[in-house]
Design a protein around this ligand. Structure first.
Ligand SMILES: [Zn+2]
Length: 282
């Protein structure tokens, strides 16, 4: 499932391919991609437009078009882009193909079909994102104080608060577990029980976990690839995620798997002790 590091890697791969190019032909092969809008309408809005720039906000890719419109793409479970290299004409999972004015094709591929393409007028983009997303994790607006404000009064597990995109944009199941391990905070702790030092450690942990993912071009578990078809390598660097039964890289205690809010959750029961609740220091 692409999270911020995977989406950022895709953005970096697509930028040189798409910047300044005109979309000569847009074919949407799966009506589910654009619903409730009919695919023909989205095709018409995109065709003939130049891509001014490719941005990212949280897990959204944002293609800024010469018309002033924005194409907002959310990859959800298994969405990805492909450019160059392999022949995609026989690939049953290709849901859209864009022909550029240099004659090359960019394909959108999605096995599970949860991804979305949405065209938003320039003026509406800010509001659309503001109601859904909190600060970007590397922006100056994401601070230990803003994180503390998001955790205050929350009886929900701290992991669930991190997965809420309004706390900080771009974190999913993988980087939530990795950030909590780095911060030595148990994932099931109620948000309101974290003390100031723990919040500070978690703020640092969020940034460090995401930075590690970006530096390794994301994590390839099943479907994720960058636009050239290459895998990321973050999966080889996970501290806890998916590693139940393996030793904690910090203390060698066996990593445990549990479920929080229905999501598989991995943690070190020694480094991330749940009874540090209520502000008691280690
Ligand atoms: Zn440990």
């Amino acid at each position: 499932v692409p999270e911020l590091p995977e989406v950022e890697t895709i953005r970096l791969g697509l930028t040189p391919v798409l910047m300044g190019k005109r979309l000569d032909e847009v074919r949407i092969l799966d009506a589910r991609l654009t619903r409730p809008e009919p695919p023909e309408e989205v095709e018409a809005r995109l065709t003939g437009q130049r891509v001014e720039t490719v941005l990212r906000r949280g897990k959204y890719l944002i293609f800024e078009l010469s018309s002033g419109d924005h194409l907002l793409v959310h990859l959800r479970m298994t969405g990805s882009f492909r450019y160059g290299g392999t022949d995609l004409s026989a690939d049953p999972y290709v849901r859209a193909v864009v022909r550029l004015d240099d004659g090359s094709d960019v394909a959108y591929r999605d096995v599970r079909r949860f991804g979305t393409w949405l065209v938003i007028e320039g003026d509406d983009l800010g509001d659309y994102l503001a109601t859904r997303l909190g600060p970007e994790p590397f922006a100056a607006t994401f601070t230990a104080a803003s994180l503390a404000a998001s955790l205050a009064g929350r009886r929900a597990p701290v992991k669930a608060v991190l997965l809420d995109q309004r706390t900080v944009a771009g974190i999913g199941n993988i980087y939530a577990d990795e950030a909590l391990w780095r911060a030595r905070v148990a994932p099931e702790r109620a948000g309101l029980t974290l003390d100031a030092a723990e919040v500070k450690a978690l703020h640092r942990g969020v940034r460090a976990a995401l930075r590690a993912g970006i530096d390794r071009q994301g994590a390839t578990l099943r479907d994720y690839r960058d636009p050239s078809g290459a895998s990321g390598t973050m999966q080889d660097e996970f501290r806890v995620y998916g590693r139940d039964g393996a030793p904690c890289p910090r203390c060698r205690t066996t990593i445990t798997k549990t479920r929080i809010g229905g999501r598989g959750t991995w943690f070190c029961p020694a480094c991330q002790r749940a009874d540090n609740a209520l502000g008691r220091r280690r």
